[in-house]
Design a protein around this ligand. Structure first.
Ligand code: F3S
Length: 288
């Protein structure tokens, strides 16, 4: 009986920003033994970690106005717009800020570009909490994510200041910037806000695609960096499955395959990766 050969990406799983956010959440829970620590939305985009933190005592709310005065508000790793910090202060909440330092950097860059007179452009997903937070640091930031959307920027022919969502792939950002440069903008200032932790995971995943027959990308279905990893693997022509945990696995996913690759987004804990790999190694590839 031949079992699956499983190869792990050389860079995968938790980044320092996620580790710091979880540690800060746990320390905050510990120093508030009577409860009353509430995160505004999931601290990171991983259900298993969020559930674990909930069992340790972290509550979650989608609405700042529902959090009673005097409680502790945990700002998640994706950050929040400045009006959330202001409203929290007005409501007399004790704010603990778990925003990743690289997201904070992007927030500061956006503010500075605006102060310097640039029309700020953010290349990113306008629905993503990081983007929603970052664009709050300057008025009228324009968010674009495809070349078709660049024409929306055309009325602003003066000075453009460009940043990108930290988890975007450099190739996509480079394509966007190339397309912007091909239009009649007078001055363009680009500040690199991409996260190297994400880039290293993307490079490792692409490298691994050369040695395997099927790829498993583990992580939250809403996690932008995990989705980007899966998209890159698909771009390599690889059969790719983006799964949250081993529970989502089906044996037909490895039908006729002998060598599988595994990688994981920056918010996926080692426990999920290890459990998946151990089970996958024992999986019987179904016949085609
Ligand atoms: Fe921060 Fe990069 Fe992780 S932006 S949260 S270190 S993926």
């Amino acid at each position: 009986m031949r079992l699956m050969e499983v190869i792990l990406a050389s860079k995968r799983g938790f980044c320092f920003g996620v580790e710091d956010a979880i540690e800060l959440a746990q320390n905050t829970i510990e120093s508030n033994p009577t409860g009353e620590v509430i995160a505004l939305g999931p601290v990171i985009h991983n259900k298993q970690v969020v559930h674990q933190l909930q069992t340790e005592g972290l509550d979650q709310s989608g609405d700042l106005e529902e959090i009673p005065a005097g409680h502790t508000l945990l700002i998640r790793s994706h950050g929040a717009p400045p009006e959330i910090h202001d409203r929290a202060e007005q409501r007399n909440l004790n704010v603990v800020d778990a925003t990743c330092i690289l997201v904070k950097k992007a927030q500061n860059v956006v503010r500075k570009l605006h102060e310097e007179g640039y029309q700020v452009i953010m290349i990113g997903d306008r629905q993503h909490p990081e983007v929603i937070g970052v664009i709050g640091y300057a008025p009228d930031v324009i968010v674009i994510d495809s070349e078709e959307e660049i024409d929306e920027v055309l009325p602003h022919r003066g000075k453009l200041g460009i940043v990108a969502q930290t988890t975007h792939a450099p190739e996509h950002v480079a394509d966007m910037i190339g397309a912007i440069c091909a239009r009649p903008f007078r001055e363009i200032k680009i500040v690199n806000t991409l996260c190297l932790e994400v880039i290293r995971r993307q490079e490792a995943a692409v490298e691994l695609c050369r040695d395997v027959e099927v790829m498993f990308v583990l992580g939250g279905l809403h996690s932008a960096n995990t989705r980007e990893l899966a998209r890159l693997c698909v771009d390599q022509g690889m059969i790719t499955f983006h799964l949250e945990t081993w529970d989502d696995f089906r044996s037909d996913m490895v039908a006729g395959k002998r060598v599988a690759g595994v990688t994981a987004g920056a918010s996926t804990p080692d426990s999920v990766i290890n459990h998946f790999v151990e089970n996958l190694k024992r999986a019987q590839p179904a016949s085609v």
